[in-house]
Ligand binder design. Structure first.
Ligand SMILES: *Cc1c(COP(=O)(O)O)cnc(C)c1O
Length: 394
C-alpha cells in the first residue's frame, strides 16, 4: 500500500536544545567563527582522539586545504577511487594535481588496495581513500603502499564519522589528514560544514591560516575584548571558516552521534534480515577485518540480469510508492569533464562501472520509525516480486 506522506532517503535530526543554542548565538552578537567553533573543534578532537581538529565550512573546503597544506600541486598525481562524490576528485584538480584512479572491490565498493601499487608513479604524492558508506577501507594495506613510496594519505571520512578499523577510530591516524563532512545527509550535520583532523603540526598550522585569508589571526582573536588588532599574511588564503551558528548545531549533534549511529545500525540490521536471500537484490559485502561501520548510507545493488527493469526504473517505482531513494554514485571518471580532461573512458574501471549501474541508497536516518522501515521493505520486495524475469534462475 502506498504511503500517505513522502519518506525522504535522508533527513537531519535536530533537537530543540540545539535550536535554542543556535538562537543563543544569533542573539549574542557573535555569529561567525568564535567561542562555539573552538568548543566544537575541541569536542571533535577529543571524540576522534587526534591532536588537531580544524573546523571548515565544508568537507570540500577541507579536502582542498588538505592538498594545499601538504604542498600538492601542478605536476603531482593523487590516487583515489571512482566510486565517490565528485568533490573528492574536484579538490585534487583544484589543487592543480592529476587524479589517478584505481578500481573498487565489487563487494564492499571501497577502493581495492591490491590495485594501488601499480598506480604509483614517480609523480604520485598522495592517496585519498574514501570510506564508502561508512565502511573503513583496509587501511593497513593502504598504509603499506604509502610507506613504501613516501606518500601522504588524505582520508575522505565524509561517510565515516563514528566508524572504527581494527579498534582504531577512523580519522584518528596522526600521520594522515582526515576530512569529515557535516552536510545535512551525513551522520551529523552543521547545515553545511566540515572538519579536518591531523596529528601533523605544520599541516594543521597551514590549514588554520589558509582557511581564513592567510591571516595569522582570526576575527575572534582581533575583535574580542582580549584581542589585539594586528595580523600578518604569510600566504594568500581562502574563506573556508566555520560560523559559530554552525558550530552550535555541531555541538548538539556530536553529543547524539552514538545514538544516531546505533539507530542507523539497527535499521540496516532490519534491511539485511529482510532482504537476505531475496532474489533481485544484492547486499553490501562485509569484510573480514575487524571494524565498526558508520552506516552513512545503505547501498544494495539490483541484480539487473534477474530483473526486467533498470535501476532508474526501480527508483522511479519507489518514488511512486512515496519513498525516496538516492544514487551514490555515478562513477566519477565518466563525467564529461573527467573524460575530456584526463582521457578516462568507459571500461577503465569495470567494477566501479558495473556497481554504478546497479547501486541505490535506501532511506536511512535516525528518526525513521519502525513502520517507515517496514514500508521500505514492503515496497522493495513488492517491486522486485513484480519485475523478476520469469523462468531465469540465478
Ligand atoms: C559529502 C561528501 C563530500 C563533500 O562534503 P561537503 O561537506 O558537502 O563538501 C566529499 N566526499 C564524499 C565521499 C562525500 O560524501
Amino acid at each position: 500500500m502506498k504511503r500517505k506522506d513522502f519518506l525522504p532517503f535522508a533527513r537531519p535530526c535536530i533537537d530543540e536544545t540545539t535550536i535554542e543554542d543556535v538562537c543563543e548565538s544569533l542573539r549574542s552578537g557573535w555569529i561567525t567563527t568564535g567561542p562555539k567553533s573552538i568548543r566544537f573543534e575541541n569536542a571533535f578532537r577529543d571524540r576522534i582522539g587526534i591532536p588537531y581538529a580544524l573546523a571548515v565550512n565544508s568537507a570540500t573546503a577541507g579536502l582542498h586545504l588538505a592538498h594545499l597544506a601538504l604542498g600538492i600541486g601542478p605536476g603531482d598525481e593523487v590516487i583515489t577511487t571512482p566510486m565517490t562524490f565528485v568533490a573528492t576528485l574536484n579538490t585534487i584538480v583544484f589543487a592543480g594535481a592529476r587524479p589517478v584512479l584505481v578500481d573498487i572491490d565489487p563487494g564492499t565498493f571501497n577502493m581495492d588496495p591490491a590495485k594501488l601499487e601499480s598506480a604509483v608513479t614517480p609523480r604520485t604524492k598522495a592517496i585519498v581513500p574514501v570510506h564508502f558508506a561508512g565502511l573503513p577501507v583496509d587501511m593497513d594495506e593502504v598504509e603499506a603502499v604509502a610507506e613504501r613510496h613516501g606518500l601522504a594519505v588524505i582520508e575522505d571520512c565524509a561517510h565515516a564519522l563514528g566508524a572504527s578499523y581494527k579498534g582504531r577510530t577512523v580519522g584518528s591516524d596522526p600521520r594522515h589528514v582526515s576530512v569529515f563532512s557535516f552536510h545535512p545527509t551525513k551522520n551529523i550535520t552543521t547545515g553545511e560544514g566540515g572538519m579536518v583532523c591531523t596529528g601533523l603540526e605544520e599541516v594543521a598550522e597551514r590549514i588554520s591560516i589558509l582557511r581564513q585569508h592567510g591571516m595569522s589571526k582570526g576575527a575572534w582573536s582581533r575583535y574580542a575584548v582580549t584581542g589585539t588588532p594586528h595580523y600578518d599574511v604569510a600566504l594568500p588564503g581562502l574563506k573556508y571558516n566555520m560560523l559559530d551558528i554552525q558550530a552550535a548545531i555541531g555541538l548538539g549533534q556530536l553529543g547524539q552521534l552514538e545514538a544516531f549511529n546505533a539507530r542507523r545500525a539497527t535499521i540496516v540490521g532490519r534491511y539485511r534480515k529482510a532482504f537476505s536471500g531475496v532474489e533481485g537484490i544484492i547486499l553490501p559485502a562485509t569484510p573480514t577485518y575487524e571494524h565498526t561501520h558508520a552506516w552513512h548510507i545503505f547501498t544494495p545493488m539490483l541484480q539487473l540480469d534477474r530483473l526486467d527493469i533498470s535501476r532508474d526504473d526501480f527508483m522511479a517505482l519507489m518514488k511512486a510508492e512515496n519513498i525516496g531513494t538516492a544514487y551514490h554514485y555515478q562513477a566519477v571518471h565518466l563525467f564529461e569533464f573527467y573524460r575530456k580532461t584526463f582521457g578516462f573512458r568507459p571500461g577503465d574501471f569495470p567494477h566501479a562501472e558495473k556497481v554504478s549501474e546497479r547501486i541505490l541508497s535506501l532511506p536511512l536516518f535516525p528518526s525513521m520509525t519502525d513502520s517507515d522501515v517496514e514500508d521500505v521493505i514492503e515496497a522493495v520486495k513488492g517491486i522486485l516480486g513484480k519485475h523478476l524475469k520469469k523462468g531465469v534462475k540465478a
